[in-house]
Design a protein around this ligand. Structure first.
Ligand SMILES: [Zn+2]
Length: 157
């Protein structure tokens, strides 16, 4: 999946979409899922390549997902060293039990806090929310949201 933002090509690896799809909350028993996004930055291109998936350290319920800081940090360090320091933190993903997802107040404030507090190397960060029909995709810089869209209708079988 590709987006153009200003002069930057943003590429989301198809494997990630397959991973998100596995956690779609399409029945009442499925809790929210999520993790962090990592990827590579070039002059005119950002590739979102990998994501972490839920672990037993995350707090998951039907309407909430609080990811463990420790497992996210471990994932980040693993990707960083496996890529010789090229693959870095690029944002967060999680699921919502709604067709056309929109971020909650907490989603937005937590995300802004994460971007602000951490010493991060990207100019842009991504928030992805996987709904049961659509995917919410937002681009933030350190000042706030710069772009968002609700994309990719998930087709009925
Ligand atoms: Zn949320």
């Amino acid at each position: 999946m590709n987006f153009k933002f200003e002069n930057i090509d943003i590429i989301i690896n198809e494997d990630l979409l397959n991973i998100f799809s596995r956690y779609i909350q399409d029945d009442n028993k499925k809790n929210e899922a999520g993790g962090i996004l990592t990827g590579l930055i070039f002059n005119d291109r950002i590739e979102i390549c990998n994501c972490s998936t839920p672990t037993q350290h995350d707090k998951r319920s039907r309407y909430n997902f609080i990811r463990s800081k420790i497992t996210a940090q471990e994932f980040l360090e693993t990707r960083f060293s496996a890529s010789d320091g090229r693959e870095i933190y690029l944002g967060e993903w999680h699921t919502h039990p709604e067709q056309d997802p929109t971020p909650s107040y907490c989603d937005v404030s937590n995300f802004k806090k994460t971007i602000k507090i951490n010493k991060l190397y990207s100019d842009f960060f991504f928030m992805i929310i996987m709904g049961t029909r659509k995917l919410y995709f937002a681009i933030y810089n350190k000042k706030g949201k710069v772009c968002y869209d609700n994309l990719r209708l998930i087709t009925d079988n």
